[in-house]
Design a protein around this ligand. Sequence first.
Ligand SMILES: Cc1cc2nc3c(=O)[nH]c(=O)nc-3n(C[C@H](O)[C@H](O)[C@H](O)COP(=O)(O)OP(=O)(O)OC[C@H]3O[C@@H](n4cnc5c(N)ncnc54)[C@H](O)[C@@H]3O)c2cc1C
Length: 449
Amino acid sequence: MLSQSISYPRYEYENKFRGYIKLTKQWDVVIIGGGLAGLVSANFLAKSNLSVLVLEKGKTVGGRAKTDRISDQLFNIGPHALYKKGKAKLILEQVGIKIHGKSPKLDGILVDKETHYRAPFNLVGVFTTRYFNMKDRFHWLKALLTILKMKSDSLSQLTFSQWVEQITPSKAVQSVLLLLARLSTYCNAPDQVSAKIVVSQLKSVMSGVLYLDGGWQSMIDQLHNKAVLLGSEIRSHQTVKQIIPSKQDNAFEIILANGESISTKNILSTISPLELLGLLGEHAPTAMKGIFSKFTPVKGATFDVALTQLPDPTKLFALDLNDPLYYSVHSTYARLSNDPKNIILHVFKYLQPDEQVDAKVVKLELEQFLEKVQPGWKRYEITSRFIPHITVNERLPLPEDETRLNSSKSAIPGLYLAGDWASPDSILSEAAVTSAKQAALEIIQKEKS
Ligand SMILES: Cc1cc2nc3c(=O)[nH]c(=O)nc-3n(C[C@H](O)[C@H](O)[C@H](O)COP(=O)(O)OP(=O)(O)OC[C@H]3O[C@@H](n4cnc5c(N)ncnc54)[C@H](O)[C@@H]3O)c2cc1C
């Protein structure tokens, strides 16, 4: 039954080398990158009977959505939460992915130096937090209602800071909105980031998120296995070094680091815009170069920690009011260890665009923040992992990006773009998954016609 849905690459005879006949496979689609975007698009494409090859430079697929097993504890690459009502979850379910996990409670603390305030993230918090006075509580409820009712499309020209100043005069409310914006987008640049993207992410977060059993690897494993069963070929340890568009037959030659050459009718690239420019080299159109080289990645530092117990089990979530710091216990809601008593938590610093990082200083900062929330945590440490400078999203979303992205779309016929940077109206996994589906559908439509 399966074989009906499997298609094989076309074979063409080429007389490139004098005296030799070279047998060349021509793929319908080569996907560069086996992360979330690459695997989602492989599922859509392979279902349509197209021959699909995924090339991934890593030892295994998954990209930034991988989960590492360290001393038998499961660590996502930093804190990962899937939006419960987001488009990504819908699309993943559409390709048959089963998503298991629970939503963290909308509760927690705001840390101001040595003082802890209850966060105003649920009704009890709104009316009891000492961080707000009576007027602030009123302004906070008004701001939340504004976000819920807001049509984010109308904000495409504003930065988040501009919008925040428009909607509330309360400084305390403004500061909590900035915290929430960082939490939901990972961007620490309120004066630059697009209000439209932040508000739409805020709405998603307010509808709830899920921490996943087995980590995000549970989605990656299912996506990988389904793509293979549908007939895609997935090769890891394969670094693409060069893309050469052919003018004669609207096809591409892909050169790998090991010297192998691969021929394909279409390419779906899920790598970063700058890396793509590098692979295209002189073949990159000037307009594309101009646009892609302006994108700045969103970065962060993550401290992923496993403990045998929490010194203070009541503290599961915290944000710092002065520094861009996050703390959350994920294992209360998701199975991340064989021993259900073990604790898996993440401490995270949101970096500014182009911020230089001194790894030792940042690690100490994250450890000290954890000490403020969970004094004495070190006594219970099973293992931990610190990553000082990781790309969370390949593009800091700016108000002008929508036009830029739309104009760079069809710069090279047959080259399609996906990834967390490639969607004009979303970021993170929402963008990776929606752009992957969109690019796959465009290729299917082209090939069918
Ligand atoms: C710390 C952290 C926290 C995050 N938290 C959240 C969250 O809470 N919610 C959320 O929605 N998202 C979150 N994200 C973002 C989410 O993980 C990413 O948006 C998503 O995984 C990106 O998928 P992708 O396929 O676009 O990119 P990637 O995962 O980067 O995949 C691209 C793949 O291409 C491969 N590649 C690159 N160059 C080449 C080459 N030359 N040849 C072959 N292969 C190549 C790479 O190895 C990689 O596997 C977080 C990310 C991080 C790092």
